[in-house]
Write a protein that binds this ligand. Sequence first.
Ligand SMILES: Nc1ncnc2c1ncn2[C@@H]1O[C@H](COP(=O)(O)OP(=O)(O)OP(=O)(O)O)[C@@H](O)[C@H]1O
Length: 272
Amino acid sequence: MSEGAIPLLRVSLQASYGRQSVLRDIRLDLEKGESLGLVGTSGAGKSTLILALLGLLPWRGGTVTGEVLLEGQNLLTMPERDARRLRGSRIALIPQSPMNALNAVVSLRAHFDEAWRAHDNRGRAALETRLATLLSEVQLPTDPSFLKRKPGEISVGQAQRVMIALALLHRPAILVADEPTSALDPVTQAEILKLLRHLNQTMGTTLLYISHDLLSVLQLCDRIAVLDTGTIVELLSVDRIEQAVHPATLALLNALPAPPRILLEYRDGNAR
Ligand SMILES: Nc1ncnc2c1ncn2[C@@H]1O[C@H](COP(=O)(O)OP(=O)(O)OP(=O)(O)O)[C@@H](O)[C@H]1O
């Protein structure tokens, strides 16, 4: 990035619930095309941070101060109507549990119709054009009968691909993925991680990936931020993970099934 240029996302915030301070001096920059993994154990403040940076923390009873500059605009101080316009179109969330996020009584097509109308008034034909490429991008069936199904008629892995497609629908600048594989079996988890890596590496999608699982962060991300009791205690590139010094990072490293350099060799099927 050239000196003085504003990154795609610049976060500088603190957050609390009542008098309980939960996030302190959180500072993050995210460049276009990058994938940043935010990793932390349970209770570290990951969900609070996601809600804070989407401008949604007040809905959970929290307060946030500081800045979330998305393409130079502060999500925390703009009118809620404007923030709502950016959420879903410029910054989009892939949630943890796809089956909870989808509405069981309506078709998949109805989900896409509603998400389309929320940010684009060009109507059905434009949506059809977008879906024609989008469904294959996320490796979902492209025949029209698929979208007639309801969430209960597809697998959980397909449901997570639907959530990813919904998040990508308006070509957002940033995808925020909140533990997107935690509800999935190991094989489907690996497939979804591979898809996210493909979207980042091949399609240039900027990714903020939040997880308690360092292994998945190593498989997916370029940089890692370690969150521990509400503070980012270490921020380093994946290639330098073995130089980590903070006890919270070392504890995560010790829980890995193999040394990181071995795991990184297998990333993208590049094992020699
Ligand atoms: N609505 C709330 N009111 C008060 N305290 C809360 C609220 N939500 C979360 N907390 C507290 O804030 C801290 C951070 O919680 P948060 O849910 O952000 O952690 P997390 O890293 O996402 O954990 P997990 O991985 O278990 O979901 C915890 O101590 C939690 O008890």
